[in-house]
Design a protein around this ligand. Structure first.
Ligand code: CTP
Length: 400
């Protein structure tokens, strides 16, 4: 799996840097091409010569090649890498990564990297537990960087606890799993609808709903992280995307979302309908602001077009359709009915009766229904983890 892969190993100042020599050796043995970048303090723990010999390449430690004043191009180094592996990641280096502080070559490469970044923390247990370190790790995870968690054991300080860098074999296993997962949707074209829709009543008012769009955006990120090309059709949200394989189309109304989704569907392998589309829209949107005159106001509404049902109707045998069902009663029966009526391959059911599920918030609790298997119920999880579960089920369906 590692054969021919370009792995940029970043080494920061920690006693665990001695393990990086084994790590580089294992990577080379597995057929990877390895480029090592070290911080100045890493060189106090292990010599660049050792790592250069093991990686069979010069090791970079500063912005300049000291003998001729030539600079080491951090952008080229970052673009060369398929994966960046920072091991050991000291508390100081993680703080710089989290804060975007660029005072050494390793940080310049990190900030220029477009590839997945994995980091293996190494430090004393109290440093690892400190709220500042926890915050930095959370921030790195929010950037999409992956933590290879440290183990428990005797630390250089003589104390016992968490903070010991993962063993080189564990780091390699983690990386291989990442590579496998990263490629699992490679080349697939995925259409995702997300967020609410706004149905205009007049120039200043609309009918909307509480959907934040977060679930759909996280699904888009998860699909892109696994190599898919994603078309994200989003209703109004405050969210943004930052991934070269996610193409965002912003729409307002159910009608606009319908037009965009149907137009993109021909070029789609998998469509995931996570948007909370309005079921009804005003028959007429008034051109001028409605004035407050009468004691009551009646709005005439008409049904919107059902995007999921339309895609289910026109879908070819090779295309997969995933619908969502947000229910408040008879949840399984209603979701089963949607699976059939919309000709979907999977339906993700949220019940508003479950605490922590549905709109807003950062958690969700889902059950996934499919045509041929029994429903699978998942515990309450963060929306990010829920996105992974949904895409795992989808990947199982593709494989079966
Ligand atoms: N959906 C859609 N277009 C619509 C309405 C719904 O694509 N006009 C999709 C949603 O994105 C979701 C699924 O259909 O994937 C189910 O949506 P939901 O609102 O739960 O169900 P409805 O079909 O609207 O039925 P009801 O509101 O009566 O439960």
């Amino acid at each position: 799996m590692l054969k021919g892969k370009h792995i940029l190993v970043g080494i920061s100042g920690s006693i665990a840097a001695y393990k990086s020599a084994f790590l580089v050796r294992l990577l080379i043995k597995a057929g990877a091409e390895v480029q090592v970048v070290m911080t100045e303090s890493a060189c106090e723990f292990i010599t660049p010569l050792t790592l250069s010999t093991l990686s069979k390449k010069p090791v970079y430690t500063s912005f300049y090649k000291t003998d001729n004043g030539e600079w080491n191009n951090h952008v080229d180094l970052a673009l060369w890498a398929d994966y960046m592996l920072i091991a050991p990641a000291s508390a100081n280096t993680m703080a710089k990564m989290a804060g975007g502080i660029c005072d050494n070559l390793l940080m310049a490469v990190y900030l220029s990297a477009k590839c997945p970044v994995l980091f293996a923390p190494a430090m004393d247990l109290d440093m690892y537990r400190h709220p500042a370190t926890r915050d930095n790790i959370d921030r790195l995870l929010s950037f999409g960087n992956k933590q290879i968690a440290p183990g428990n054991g005797e630390l250089a300080s003589g104390l016992w606890g968490e903070g010991r860098m993962a063993e080189p074999e564990e780091i390699i296993a983690f990386l291989e799993q990442e590579i496998a997962q990263h490629a699992s949707l490679a080349g697939r074209k995925i259409l995702i609808t997300a967020g609410p829709t706004y149905e205009s009543i007049d120039p200043v008012r609309f009918i909307g709903n509480h959907s934040s769009g977060r679930m759909g955006y996280l699904l888009a990120e998860e699909c892109a992280a696994r190599g898919a090309e994603v078309q994200l059709v989003s209703g109004p949200t405050h969210l943004s995307v930052n991934h070269p394989r996610i193409h965002l189309s912003r729409v307002q109304s159910a009608g606009e979302m319908y037009e965009r989704a149907v137009a993109l569907f021909e070029q789609t392998d998998i469509a995931i309908m996570s948007a909370a589309v309005a079921d009804y829209t005003p028959v007429h949107a008034e051109k001028e602001k409605i004035k407050k005159k009468e004691p009551t106001l009646v709005l005439e509404l008409q049904k919107t077009k059902d995007i999921a049902a339309e895609l289910g109707r026109i879908k070819k045998a090779s295309q997969i359709l995933v619908g969502f069902a947000l229910e408040t009663e008879h949840e399984l029966a209603n979701a089963q009915a949607k699976l059939e009526s919309k000709n979907a391959d999977l339906v993700v059911l949220n019940s508003l009766k479950d605490e922590g599920a549905g709109f807003g918030g950062d958690t969700n609790k889902i059950t996934i229904l499919s045509k041929h298997e029994a429903p699978v119920t998942f515990p309450l999880k963060s929306k990010k983890e829920v996105a992974k579960d949904i895409i795992d089920q989808l990947s199982n369906l593709i494989r079966s």
